[in-house]
Every structure is written in structure tokens, then in C-alpha cells.
Design a binder for this molecule. Structure first.
Ligand SMILES: O=C(O)[C@H](O)COP(=O)(O)O
Length: 215
């Protein structure tokens, strides 16, 4: 059975500052680098064979560290990028006006086609994440890929695999360098297709980062 491992990148400067990143970027912090080395050791022990990463800087850096430990090449996959947060990118979470906060709420309350101006909807995010995941089905038999992506993007993927709406991702805490595992199974009894084995495992990290709302 195909097992696919999902990793959110290491803590970044803007994660630590509670600043919205989306498809903008900031470097890993020292803690983020340490997290990446720790998840790399777990990836090596898991026997990861392929690294497929969002092409943003924070995921590329995390992927480089993991690929170095596993002796893998990196495939860059733009469809694994974080949700495009439009005009709110680079803004501090606590600086939003009431109108700006209403845009963000549309992403998480199920408003059809809810989006931040110049940004992406959760439906669009879900479609591209599933398309990127589907490429793993074309890998050689016995492959064990690891996808390096982002908090909302991975939360949306896991939520929709569970049959929840894309915006349920706000109720799933995927910390920096957490590992989730999804399997592709063929079973007439259980659900055929993707199933969630684990979500948000941080047992390999000695100091899991707080997520942006806990800081
Ligand atoms: O800040 C954001 O855009 C998200 O909430 C987190 O994105 P990240 O997983 O890329 O840090």
C-alpha cells in the first residue's frame, strides 16, 4: 500500500512574528533549521524515497535538509504552495481591520468562493493540492514519497480526505515540521482511496513550535 508522508516546513521568521505568509516568504529561524534536521532524521528512518516540495523558499530549505539526509533528489511542485492570501500577505495577524478580518473569516466559515481580495479560495487550494498528491500514484511500486508543504494547504488536504470541508483545516493543528501520513488503499470494505493514518505527529521534535495563534 502506498504511504505518503506530509511535512509542514520548519518555523520561519514570520511564523514567529505572527505575520501572514501565504505565497510570500521568510527564512527559517534557527529553531526551524533544527526542526528540519530532526524531521530529516525521522524521514531517513522511514525510508523516504522521493521528496516533492512546494517551490517557496521555506519549503525548499526544509526539503534540502531532508533530501540530504535521505540521499534523494527534490522535485519542486508549485501546486503544493500555501494558500494565496492576496492583499493580506505580509500583514501582522493582529493588525487587520474589521473589514480585513471579515475577508479572512470567509475562508473559514464556508462562504462559497470566499477569498481574500487578490487571493485564492479554499476550493481552489483543495483542487490543486489533490492534483499534486495524485502524482504520487504514478511513482514506481515500492516508492515512499514525502511532500513538503504548508499549514493551511496540508490542513485542507487532510480535511478533504476525511470528507470534511476544506475550511475544516482551521481545526487541525499542523505544527512546523510535523509529520502526517496518508495511505492509498484498495478495500471494498473500508473506503477505497486515500485514508489518514496519522496527522500532526511531532514526537520526533524536541521543542515543537507554538502555532501562530498560541504565541
Ligand atoms: O501564514 C500563513 O500563510 C499560514 O497561516 C501558515 O503558512 P505556512 O505553513 O507556510 O507557515
Amino acid at each position: 500500500m502506498l504511504q505518503v508522508y506530509l511535512v509542514r516546513h520548519g518555523e520561519t521568521q514570520w511564523n514567529a512574528e505572527r505575520r501572514i505568509q501565504g505565497q510570500s516568504d521568510s527564512p527559517l529561524t534557527d529553531k526551524g533549521e533544527t526542526q528540519a534536521w530532526q524531521v530529516a532524521e525521522r524521514a531517513k528512518a522511514l525510508g523516504i524515497t522521493h521528496i516533492i516540495a512546494s517551490d517557496l523558499g521555506r519549503t525548499r530549505r526544509t526539503a534540502e535538509i531532508i533530501a540530504d539526509a535521505c540521499g534523494c533528489e527534490i522535485t519542486l511542485e508549485p501546486r503544493l504552495r500555501e494558500l494565496d492570501m492576496g492583499v493580506l500577505e505580509r500583514r501582522h495577524i493582529d493588525s487587520l481591520t474589521e473589514e480585513e478580518e471579515s475577508w479572512r473569516r470567509q475562508l473559514v466559515n464556508g462562504t462559497a468562493d470566499g477569498r481574500i481580495p487578490d487571493g485564492e479560495s479554499m476550493q481552489e487550494l483543495s483542487e490543486r493540492m489533490h492534483a499534486a498528491l495524485a502524482t504520487c500514484l504514478d511513482l514506481p511500486e515500492g516508492s515512499r514519497p514525502m511532500l513538503i508543504s504548508h499549514g493551511m494547504a496540508l490542513g485542507c488536504l487532510v480535511s478533504t480526505i476525511l470528507g470534511l470541508p476544506a475550511y475544516a483545516e482551521r481545526r487541525l493543528r499542523l505544527r512546523n515540521c510535523s509529520i502526517s501520513r496518508i495511505d492509498y488503499q484498495h478495500s471494498p470494505w473500508l473506503a477505497s482511496g486515500w485514508v489518514v493514518e496519522t496527522a500532526g505527529d511531532v514526537s520526533h521534535l524536541d521543542a515543537p513550535a507554538l502555532d501562530e495563534l498560541q504565541r
